[in-house]
Write a protein that binds this ligand. Structure first.
Ligand code: UD1
Length: 317
């Protein structure tokens, strides 16, 4: 059993990571400012005596160091972030604070407290418009948003900490993560949560463009497992890895999969393409397999089924 501190535990990926860590017997400290996270995501975790929650802003150095004084974690999984790409354009200062300053605060506090490992939530957004596919970690990174730029800068900062101070630091470039508890409320929320919500309301899913654009959809339970491995697996070394499936799915194909699950025809509504969209995004999962022993095991059909059974969307009512 290890003592692990998770930043952003009340978020979508954070809460699944916490649940898995607790299930595996670890003691978990969670630090969240509840800017976008929700306590309801932690309702299961809150039942455990091995879970300790602190409401605090990770970008503020003094309180975060005080929490570490008390928690004395062996590893930190740093997931707290400004999570919306459009918001990073609207609020660049807040993006810088939450997606870069906070990384510095966490890394420096980890170093000072003798924390041995750190896992960082990076993003496929660091690649921007880079081709060819599939994207591997040696591809040139050309972020096209303040969000992607801050994630890339954080990765570099952390690579320096790993090299200079001997911490083991893993940066995870998450691709299109989906699953229960993903917030569908904004037009910029993940497409799968948006489609489920529309179907749950009895309306048509809206596809921006012809629907032939593709994404690499990875199930949140797999992402949580990648985080667990990076924080706890013996003999893991520092590095960067895509967290993806290596399988492309078009939006039209996604709608068909949902229709099969529902056992009825689903006719999406096509509207104009979304400005700034990239056409295809596909990652190579090889590095994660070699460096971490991680392979995403949930197929899209299984992940959608799980989403359906857990019933976030009201589709079974
Ligand atoms: C995703 C990430 C983003 C990251 C980027 C990096 C999510 C939610 N976002 O953006 O943080 O910077 O990868 O590559 O995972 N769409 C529709 N209808 C909808 C909603 C979306 O057709 O109702 C389309 C979009 O136009 C896009 C595709 O679905 O073509 C995927 O969109 P989205 O889920 O927002 O993710 P990305 O844009 O890939």
């Amino acid at each position: 059993m290890a003592r692990i501190l998770v930043t952003g535990p009340a978020g979508f990926i954070g809460s699944h990571t916490v649940d898995l860590l607790l299930k595996e017997g670890h003691e978990v400290w969670g630090v969240d400012n509840l800017r976008t996270g929700r306590m309801s995501n932690l309702s299961a975790a809150g039942q455990s005596l091995r879970f300790h929650f602190v409401r605090a802003d990770v970008a503020e150095e003094a309180p975060f160091n005080e929490i570490l004084d008390e928690a004395q974690p062996e590893a930190i999984i740093h997931l707290a972030a400004l999570v919306s790409v459009p918001e990073s354009f609207e609020q660049p200062d807040e993006n810088f604070r939450l997606n870069l300053t906070a990384t510095h605060v966490v890394a420096e506090a980890a170093h000072r407290h003798g924390v041995k490992r750190m896992v960082f939530a990076s993003s496929a957004a660091v690649y921007g418009r880079t081709e060819p596919f599939p994207l591997d970690e040696h591809c040139v990174t050309v972020p096209i948003s303040p969000y992607g730029a801050a994630k890339l800068a954080s990765e570099s900062l952390l690579a320096g900490y790993a090299e200079c101070f001997g911490l083991i630091i893993r940066s995870h470039r998450y691709f299109n993560v989906y699953g229960p508890r993903q917030d569908p409320s904004s037009p910029y929320s993940g497409v799968i949560s948006r489609f489920w919500e529309r179907l749950g309301e009895g309306s048509q899913p809206i596809i921006f463009g012809d629907g032939e654009q593709t994404r690499d959809f990875v199930y949140v339970g797999d992402v949580a497992r990648a985080n667990l491995l990076a924080a706890t697996k013996p003999d893991v070394r520092s590095g960067v890895a895509n967290i993806c499936t290596g399988r492309p799915t078009s939006l039209n194909g996604l709608v068909q999969s949902m229709a099969r699950l529902l056992g009825r025809e689903v006719r999406p509504m096509h509207v104009a393409p979304r400005q700034g969209d990239i056409r295809h995004s596909l990652g190579s999962p090889k590095n994660a397999a070699v460096q971490l022993g991680f392979t995403a095991s949930t197929t899209l059909a299984e992940g959608l089924q799980e989403l359906f059974l857990r019933g976030d969307s009201g589709l079974r009512d």
